[in-house]
Design a protein around this ligand. Structure first.
Ligand code: CUA
Length: 256
């Protein structure tokens, strides 16, 4: 059999192309910690969302994706951690994307999907559902916060807050305000609540306002009334009594 010079060249180019492809894949795995998403069929879907600590640098998060939230919400891990993410759902197909990382999983009823990610520096990552799963799909988002090790270790010993503040803090948590608004100054889907009271904010219509009780009340009761520049009109109205709104405002004043 004779191989034409041209055929030989084409063969060499093809082989080189395949080798480059494998080299790039190996580089992606090692340099950018790209983990391959894995569907685990030997683990039974779980019902409970939780954060499991294996070691100070290795964590495991079991996310339950359900209409229309992720559990657990607002998980915090220290910088430099390897995080194993497992996700399962008791209802319909969802998606799980950890924006800014390569974690991108399907969430399919009956199986558990898995991906590993190394989170090196402090940052607030948004965790979103990216498969349309019903009317509340757009609200299916939470945060995975990466904080520096010192503040992570300091969290449990923080001094107890006065009673009136914790009521407001609890409301923010239970009404899922914290899925979009941080209280530590980090970026979210909505503006951070840290230092919000008294801040001068620019609105989408170009006007500026100083955040006071009236503005906060209006923004909670009627979120679409005034939208700060740089944000979208995404906030949904929470079911709150006047008294609850007042408690939240009192709490927001303490977030300096
Ligand atoms: Cu869950 Cu979209």
């Amino acid at each position: 059999m004779t191989i034409l010079q041209l055929e030989k060249r084409i063969l060499w180019v093809s082989v080189a192309f395949v080798l480059v492809l494998f080299a790039l894949a190996a580089l992606a795995v090692n340099l950018f910690h790209v983990g391959l998403p894995t569907c685990l069929t030997d683990i039974k879907p779980f019902q409970k969302g939780e954060l499991i600590t294996h070691s100070p640098t290795h964590y495991e998060i079991h996310y339950v994706a359900k209409m229309w939230k992720f559990e657990p919400e607002n998980v915090t891990v220290p910088a430099g951690s390897t995080v194993d993410i497992y996700v399962s759902t008791p209802d319909v197909t969802h998606g799980l994307a950890l924006l800014g990382t390569n974690v991108n999983l399907m969430v399919v009823p009956g199986v558990v999907n898995y991906s590993r990610v190394k989170l090196d520096s402090p940052r607030n990552y948004q965790l979103l559902c990216h498969e349309f799963c019903g009317t509340g799909h757009d609200r299916m988002a939470t945060n995975l916060r990466v904080v520096d090790r010192a503040s992570f270790n300091a969290t449990p010993t923080a001094p107890a807050e006065p009673q009136s503040q914790t009521a407001g803090a609890r409301l923010l948590e239970s009404k899922e305000c914290l899925s979009c608004h941080s209280v530590d100054g980090s970026e979210g889907i909505g503006p951070t609540l840290k230092g919000l009271y008294g801040r001068v904010e620019k609105m989408t219509d170009g006007k500026t306002i100083t955040v006071d009780d009236g503005y906060l009340r209006e923004s909670i009761v009627n979120p679409s009334a005034k939208i700060p520049a740089g944000y979208d009109d995404l906030m949904t109205k929470a079911e709150l009594t006047d008294d609850e709104v007042a408690r939240i405002i009192e709490y927001l004043k303490t977030l300096k």
